[in-house]
Design a protein around this ligand. Structure first.
Ligand code: ADP
Length: 501
C-alpha cells in the first residue's frame, strides 16, 4: 500500500478519500484553491497545499501544478475524486510520466471511455446491445436527417466527448433537427473543446441502471451489483438506490455479465461504472463507461459491505482482488439523496453563502458524506454538491422511511439547499412504489414549490443560536502544516455544529 497520496479534489469526495486513507494508515495530502482555505477537506487532511486562485482552470484543473505539488509532498499516488481531472487522459499520462500512480484506469482507457462513439463501437463489437444510433460522427445535415428518419423520432443529439448532461438535445421532429445539431455542436465545443456529435434513439421513460465494477491489474473483474439512478433533473442524478426495483434475479445476472463483458472489452482497470438504459419492456442497452469513483458509490458500499474507495487504492497499489464474483453478496436496500446548494423552488438556482447553522441527521442505517460545516462559506466557483445523505434498511421501504426521517432531521440554515425538495420527493406515491424512470421529476415535480416547512420553529430557534456560533474564530493552518491544530468546529459548543456532518 502507498504511504502517502495526494487528493486532487475538494468537497465531500476529498473528505471521503481522506477517510479511506485514514483507515488504511495512508497519509493524505490535500490541495486547495485560494477560495478553499477554510474548506473541510483541508482541515481533515494530514497536509494541505494551496495550488492557485479560485477558478478551476488555475487550480483544480492545473495539471502541472498538481503534479509538481504531489512530487514536492513526496506522494506516491494521486486520487482524482470525480469531476475535475478524474477522467482526463492527459492527467493520467502526466502522473505516469512523473512516476506517480494515478488511482484510476490508464490514460488509454480514459481516452476510449471519454469518447462515447469509440466506446459504442468497442462495446457493440463485443456483442453487447447499445442504444440504436450512429457509430460515427454526425456529418452533413442530409445524412443526419436520413439517420433520424431511420431511427424514428424522438432522437437525441449527443456530444461524443460529453459528460454531466451537457451537449445533449432531444429532437422531436425533423423541423428541429438542424437547429438542435448546431446548438449541440456549439455547446460541445465550448464545454469539451470538441464539436463531434452523433444521434441516438431517444428512449422514452427508461430507467438508468448502472453496475459498479472492480477490476485489478491481474485480469480479475467483479461487479458489485447495480444502482438505479433514474431520478434525474436535466440528465443529472439526484436520488440513487441499490438494488434497482426493476430488476429480478435473472435480469440482474444478465446485466451483471454484460457489465463485466464491457469492462473486459474496453480493458478497464480500477473501480468504474458501466451504465445502461433499461426500457419499459426491460430491454437493456449500454449507455457509457464512467471511469471514476461515482458520486453514488455509497449505496453500493451499504448493500455489499465493500469499500469502493479503499479498493481503488489497493488496486492502484497493484493488489489483487481478494474475492471473486461468487463471494460478493448483497443485503438490504440503500438510498442516496444528493444535497445541493440550490434553490429547488427557483429552478434550482445555485445558492452560495455562509452556513449559519448545520445539524446532520444520525441514527441506525444513516450515513452522511459531507464537505461542509457550520460557519462554512460555500464558494460560488464550484459544483454545488454539499453532501450526500445515504440510508440503509432491510427493505426498500425501511431505507425510504429512514431517509424521510433523516431528511427531516437535517438542518442547514443560511443557504438554500435541495433538502425541502427531497423531503417531498421521497414521500411521493410513485417513488414509494418504486415507479421510477428518467422522466420522474418532470412528470411529478414540475414547478415544485415548498409548502410551509414543518421544521420552521426549530429552524428559527437554531438560527438564533447560529448567529452567535458563527462568530467563533476560524483557525486554519498554513501550507504543508500538520493537522494537529484544533479545528474550529470542535470548539463551537453543545450542538456539535458541523461535527461528523
Ligand atoms: P453524460 O455523460 O452527460 O452524463 P449520459 O450519456 O450518461 O450523459 O446520459 C445521461 C442521462 O441522459 C441518462 O441517464 C438519461 O437520463 C439521459 N439519456 C442519455 N441518452 C439517452 C437516450 N438515448 N434516451 C433517453 N435518455 C437518454
Amino acid at each position: 500500500m502507498f504511504s502517502k497520496i495526494l487528493v486532487a479534489n475538494r468537497g465531500e469526495i476529498a473528505c471521503r478519500v481522506i477517510r479511506a486513507c485514514r483507515e488504511l494508515g495512508v497519509t493524505a495530502a490535500a490541495v486547495y484553491s485560494e477560495a478553499d482555505r477554510a474548506a473541510l477537506h483541508v482541515a481533515r487532511a494530514d497536509e494541505a497545499y494551496c495550488i492557485g486562485p479560485p477558478p478551476p482552470l488555475e487550480s483544480y484543473l492545473n495539471i502541472e501544478k498538481i503534479i509538481e505539488t504531489a512530487k514536492a509532498a513526496r506522494a506516491e499516488a494521486i486520487h482524482p475524486g470525480y469531476g475535475f481531472l478524474a477522467e482526463n487522459a492527459a492527467f493520467a499520462d502526466a502522473c505516469a510520466a512523473a512516476s506517480l500512480a494515478f488511482i484510476g484506469p490508464s490514460g488509454d482507457t480514459l481516452r476510449l471511455s471519454g469518447d462515447k462513439l469509440g466506446a459504442r463501437r468497442t462495446v457493440a463489437a463485443a456483442g453487447i446491445p447499445i442504444i440504436p444510433g450512429m457509430s460515427a460522427a454526425a456529418g452533413e445535415i442530409a445524412e443526419v436527417l436520413a439517420e433520424a428518419e431511420k431511427l424514428g423520432y424522438p432522437v437525441i443529439v449527443k456530444a461524443a466527448g460529453g459528460g454531466g448532461g451537457k451537449g445533449m438535445r432531444i429532437v422531436c421532429g425533423e423541423g428541429e433537427l438542424a437547429e438542435c445539431l448546431e446548438a449541440a455542436r456549439r455547446e460541445a465545443l465550448g464545454a469539451f473543446g470538441d464539436d463531434t456529435v452523433y444521434l441516438e434513439k431517444y428512449l422514452e421513460r427508461p430507467r438508468h441502471v448502472e453496475f459498479q465494477i472492480l477490476a485489478d491489474n491481474h485480469g480479475n473483474v467483479v461487479h458489485l451489483f447495480e444502482r438505479e439512478c433514474s431520478i434525474q433533473r436535466r440528465h443529472q442524478k439526484i436520488v440513487e438506490e441499490s438494488p434497482s426495483p426493476a430488476l429480478d434475479a435473472k435480469l440482474r445476472k444478465k446485466m451483471g455479465e454484460a457489465a463485466v463483458a464491457v469492462t473486459r472489452a474496453v480493458g478497464y482497470t480500477n473501480a468504474g461504472t458501466m451504465e445502461f438504459m433499461l426500457d419499459e419492456d426491460k430491454n437493456f442497452y449500454f449507455l457509457e463507461v464512467n471511469a471514476r469513483v461515482q458520486v453514488e458509490h455509497p449505496v453500493t458500499e451499504m448493500v455489499t459491505g465493500v469499500d469502493v474507495v479503499k479498493a481503488q487504492l489497493a488496486i492502484a497499489a497493484g493488489e489483487k482482488l481478494p474475492f471473486a464474483q461468487k463471494d460478493v453478496s448483497r443485503r438490504g436496500h440503500a438510498l442516496e439523496c444528493r444535497i445541493y446548494a440550490e434553490d429547488a423552488a427557483a429552478n434550482f438556482l445555485p445558492s452560495a453563502g455562509k452556513i449559519l447553522f448545520l445539524r446532520g441527521p444520525r441514527g441506525p442505517g444513516v450515513r452522511l458524506d459531507s464537505g461542509i460545516y457550520g460557519g462554512y462559506d460555500v464558494p460560488v466557483h464550484y459544483d454545488p454538491i454539499l453532501a450526500k445523505l445515504v440510508t440503509w434498511g432491510e427493505s426498500r421501504e425501511e431505507a425510504r422511511r429512514r431517509m424521510a426521517e433523516a431528511i427531516r432531521e437535517y438542518i442547514i440554515i443560511g443557504i438554500k439547499t435541495t433538502i425541502p425538495f427531497l423531503r417531498d420527493l421521497v414521500e411521493h406515491p410513485a417513488f414509494v412504489a418504486g415507479e421510477t424512470n428518467t422522466a420522474f421529476v418532470t412528470d411529478h415535480f414540475d414547478g415544485w414549490r415548498e409548502e410551509v416547512p414543518e421544521v420552521f420553529v426549530e429552524k428559527a430557534l437554531a438560527a438564533a443560536a447560529a448567529a452567535e456560533l458563527a462568530a467563533a474564530p476560524a483557525k486554519f493552518y498554513a501550507d504543508g502544516e500538520r493537522a494537529a491544530a484544533p479545528t474550529p468546529w470542535r470548539t463551537v459548543g453543545p450542538w456539535e455544529v458541523g461535527r461528523g456532518a
